[in-house]
Ligand binder design. Structure first.
Ligand SMILES: [Zn+2]
Length: 293
């Protein structure tokens, strides 16, 4: 029998305007939540100050509103987000997790540059160069990495009901949990946020499958969480006509662009369906329930 789930989430990154692939992800998440009778939390990651823009955050609210895609918990607007939901209000939680990993000697400091890492491995896989160098954690010019086992498998509960056994991809060898400068990495912050808000069902694109493995692995080294018991659903990634992943630009697959062209809600839904290769008419939220049947 399948687990009962309480909470899933939308987790768009405010580093660009939402595109049709983001909408496809929201629609999949929405319908899985409906089926499971789970609530949806709107999570917006703003730790990356260089890429986060207020207008991108606003775009998330406006797009969900325009397409009338509901969610149950989380910020209602930019002001609410800044006051109550910004990741900067949870720095103490990230720090606590980093400290406990440090005390348990699971991490090490690394001062390697991207260039150096590429020189040691042309694919950019980290070779473990700094594992035994005992660099100081106090230096903010170093990143903190977690020691990942090279051959051990990580197990995930897949939404289909089966347990998937996977290996961390090479790009996540000894992945970074605290970036140079001192802020937590995406992997660490995403994990801590999902634990903090009580997310137990994670719907995300297949491109984040490695991140799911990394986060389950990391959760096993933190005390007092049930993250490894979570269920994961990895949906397909929409590609453009050149078979490229959609980018968060203002191009023809951004919702904002389509709206500026005068497209109505129904037409935007149809554009999502067309890009997803669905045949027939898809003009409203409910039409996409077939995604999870
Ligand atoms: Zn290093």
């Amino acid at each position: 029998m399948k687990n009962q789930h309480q909470l899933t989430r939308f987790a768009p990154t405010p580093s660009g305007f939402l595109h049709l692939g983001n909408i496809y992800s929201f629609l999949t998440t929405h319908h899985i939540a409906q089926k499971e009778n789970a609530k949806v939390f709107l999570r917006i990651d703003d730790l990356d100050k260089d890429r986060t823009r207020n207008n991108y955050i606003n775009d998330i609210f406006e797009t969900l509103d325009f397409l009338e895609i509901p969610y149950d918990r989380g910020p209602e607007n930019l002001k609410d987000f800044k006051s109550n939901f910004s990741q900067f209000s949870r720095l103490h939680l990230y720090r606590e997790a980093l400290e406990s990993l440090k005390i348990n000697k699971l991490i090490f400091a690394c001062d390697c540059s991207r260039k150096k890492i590429l020189k040691m491995n042309p694919k950019g896989f980290y070779t473990g160069f700094c594992r035994n160098r005992q660099l100081s954690f106090a230096n903010t010019d170093t990143a903190w990495r977690v020691k990942t086992p090279r051959n051990n498998d990580v197990q995930l509960n897949d939404y289909s009901g089966i347990t998937i056994t996977g290996k961390l991809p090479g790009v996540l060898n000894d992945f970074i949990i605290r970036k140079k400068g001192g802020l937590p990495s995406y992997q660490l912050a995403s994990l801590i946020d999902d634990i903090h808000f009580g997310v137990d069902l994670i719907v995300r694109g297949k491109d984040l499958y490695g991140s799911s493995l990394a986060q389950v692995f990391l959760s096993g080294h933190l005390i007092g969480n049930q993250f490894s018991g979570n269920t994961f659903y990895h949906h397909k990634i929409l590609k453009n006509e050149k078979s490229q992943k959609l980018s968060k630009s203002t191009g023809s697959t951004s919702v904002q662009y389509l709206r500026k062209q005068g497209k109505k809600k129904a037409q935007v839904y149809q554009a999502v369906a067309d890009l997803a290769g669905l045949k027939g008419q898809y003009n409203k939220l409910e039409d996409f329930s077939i995604l999870v049947n």
